[in-house]
Design a protein around this ligand. Structure first.
Ligand SMILES: Cc1ncc(COP(=O)(O)O)c(C=O)c1O
Length: 343
């Protein structure tokens, strides 16, 4: 336990602008508030443990059979289910680094050994190096696409190369938590591309574009065998009844989700252009955040933001991730950034 890194959540300070946790800045989707009010009285009972209606709704949304969908309390729980199902003591789990900070924690908790493959100098996953890192001890590979915290994404050729290069007995999990913010012409829907491969699982979440981070719902699309295993590893009743109903309602709000995502993408490009103009290095992002690889200046930059009332997410010695908020929040962040000149 002493060597297990703790997950570091984004800070929350009353009154501050919070650009630290990649949440939606637009609040609940219109129909969700009513659903929560209607369902509140039900919380004295356990929910449907199998999340039957939610799984049917997700399956219909993707045009697949319900046997190909598993759910969890956020996609982070789903990633944990997939690790529990595949990784034993001493088995290796390969992922890029830096990527989602939960991967090393999930790996260690199930007794696995994390194999971190450095990103390229452009802060993008190096799929060939990931393939080369696979050994006969490897059981699981995580590919975060787009990547948290760098925002960079790999395209269809790299995705295919990755999966083609990995043996069939290794599960490849493609984490698409930020799917709604990508340019679909540049970043393929992994399920459309690779969903027929029995050793590929795709994870998605309701926490970001669907604005339900606090209710904790995520899911996995995979072959029926993988799904059956993931379901067995779910914490019983981990997806509450409120969460199930809210997620079903949110799925019905596709147009509003797309409208909001478009606003975020436009703001992301405005923020990035402004930062580039100020002299920052900012890799192109396909997500709802941007990455500033500030190295040793990371903590000073995060402190300057905090002093100006804006909470960002620093990764000490490496860089700062800044979530895209509404325009006034982004303006406040940009005015601080322009006063903190990158060396
Ligand atoms: C890449 C990635 N995957 C998964 C998650 C987990 O999200 P949740 O558990 O809220 O679905 C996050 C959250 O930040 C993330 O960035």
């Amino acid at each position: 336990m002493a060597s297990l890194p703790a997950y570091v959540p984004g800070m929350k300070i009353p009154g501050a602008v919070v650009l630290a946790s990649n949440e939606s800045p637009y609040g609940l989707l219109p129909s969700v508030a009513g659903v929560l009010a209607d369902q509140a009285a039900g919380v004295s009972r356990y929910p449907d443990m199998a999340s039957t209606r939610l799984i049917e709704a997700i399956a219909a949304h993707h045009g697949v059979a319900p046997e190909r969908v598993a759910v969890g309390a956020g996609s982070v729980e789903v990633c944990g289910q997939l690790a529990s199902a595949t990784v034993g003591e001493g088995d290796e789990v390969v992922f890029g680094w830096r990527a989602f900070e939960a991967y090393p924690i999930i790996t260690t908790v199930v007794g696995g050994a994390a194999v971190k493959v450095p990103l390229t100098h452009q802060h993008v996953h190096d799929v060939d190096a990931m393939v080369a890192a696979v050994t006969d001890r490897t059981r699981l590979v995580f590919l975060c696409n787009p990547n948290n915290p760098t925002g960079t994404a790999v395209g269809a050729d790299e995705l295919r190369r990755l999966v083609d290069g990995i043996p069939d007995n290794v599960l490849v999990v493609i984490d698409e938590a930020y799917r709604e913010y990508v340019d679909p012409a540049a970043v393929p829907d992994a399920f459309g591309l690779l969903g027929d491969r029995p050793n590929v699982a795709i994870t998605r979440t309701f926490s970001k574009a669907y604005a339900l981070a606090g209710l904790r719902v995520g899911y996995c699309l995979a072959s029926p065998d993988v799904i059956a295993a993931a379901r067995k590893c779910q914490v019983p009743f981990s997806v509450s009844g409120l969460a199930q109903e809210a997620a079903i309602a949110a799925l019905g709000e596709g147009e509003e989700v797309a409208r909001r995502a478009k606003l975020t993408v436009a703001e992301r490009e405005r923020v990035r252009t402004s930062l580039l103009d100020s002299g920052y290095d900012v890799p192109p992002s396909q997500a709802n955040f941007v990455w500033l690889p500030l190295g040793e200046r990371t903590s000073d930059f995060a402190q300057a933001c905090l002093d100006g009332g804006v909470i960002v997410r620093p990764f000490a010695g490496d860089g700062v991730r800044v979530t895209i908020g509404i325009d006034a929040e982004n303006d406040r962040f940009l005015s601080i950034a322009s006063g903190f000149l990158p060396s």
